[in-house]
Design a protein around this ligand. Sequence first.
Ligand SMILES: [Zn+2]
Length: 512
Amino acid sequence: MFSKVLSSAVAGVSGTEIYVEADVSDGLPMFTMVGYLSSSVREASERVRTAIRNSGIMLPPKRITVNLSPADIRKDGTVFDLAIALSCLLAAGLVPEISLDRTMILGELGLDGSIKPVNGVLSMVHHGYSDGITDFIVPSANAREAAIVDGARVFGFSRLSEVLEFIEGKANVRPTVYEAASEEETSTDLPDFSEIRGQEMLKRGLTIAAAGFHNVLMLGAAGAGKSMLAKCLPGILPKLTFQESIEVTKIYSVSGLLPDTGTLMKNRPFRAPHHTVSEYALTGGGAIPRPGEISLAHNGVLFLDELPEFKKSALEVLRQPMEDGVIRIARVQASYTYPADFMLVAAANPCPCGYYPDRKRCRCTPRMVSAYQGKLSGPLLDRIDIRMEVTAVSGDALFEEASGETSESIRMRVEAARKRQEERYAGEKIRFNSQLSGKMLGTYIRLSDSQEEMLHACVTSGDLSARGVYRVMRLARTIADLSDHDAIGDEDLTEALFFRNSNLPIEGSVIL
Ligand SMILES: [Zn+2]
């Protein structure tokens, strides 16, 4: 007898349907599996047969053949176990013949017949549902995650025997209903801006960055609080929209990093990979590619502390995704695309010892300083609109009352500035000022004659490069949006020039 059921695999961050066929015929007792399988899928034959036996069912001593199709997709992982078991039981006539045409079956089997959770359930259910699949049999630990897909009928089970009772109509199981996480579950341990004493200029710079989605470079000695400030950034970014939440949750689900609660991710991601991170860990990779740090930072913040310490090759690979908002990874069997639209916040010491240009304390030679700064990739710096110098808070300021504005209140202003940009770029492919190309600048940014003269003077004096002018214009537009100005005011432009910070030592080095 022959049977066919539906399961799914993950390609990139999206699901793709996989059919599991089984045939039971007379002949020498054998269990064969075919269909472009990785070794982890081949091992399913042992897991499935043992799980069936330990659920109190004996497979007949016959020839059993299982095929996973389509044949051109490489199958990996344990997600097909449950579908393979059901398809064998159906083909052997051990389960009443019922229609599972519009049912997707996902789950790993334990030897004892238990059903274990798998990665990427949201992606697979989301894709299946959009393809007309209505019912989903999933591990109970993944049921809440699957039920995020509005309209899908999700049935969660923790044992193979429970699934069989359900199929036989012996058990009345209700579909899982998705309930949004309570506030405690979404609360975050990220710090709040109001907890930071002093550093008003830096807070302002990060507010502007958040409003226009500008990349940021913070230059300053170790211990000046660069990491702490960067960690505050997700708290002032606008709340994730539902669509953005789904995108982020899919990436974390595929990576197996979704919190146990299996709910929609509500907070903007913050990723801070160490400078020893490999190229692959940053961009994603492996034989069966997995999302890397830049995708885990999608819709959030990627913080690279001690930027000059990163491998040059690792920084080079950031350029294409920073341009496109996605990363493409080619493999022999397929090519994968992962979203990677993140805000880059980089931090660097100005020199190996960290004290340059304080000549009283810095003991580095000019050659050492320039070599250190030269490690920053020029084209990467080109994508960074805001450069700020970070100095440690003075002893006095440390004991002052922290009177700063809360992240919540800053976020309101950021959201208002974002709304202005949304309306302005409604007909364009871009969403933020930071994405304005040189060509678009002329359409969307008008400067007065005196403002143009001001910029011109900066170029003539060598304080600003031609590209630098574009960055200043984009920044000025965001600052004007934050102040609810339709036209860029002189004070907006002056502040933009300040955050372009042409006095930073890095500005004079070879790389710019
Ligand atoms: Zn030094």
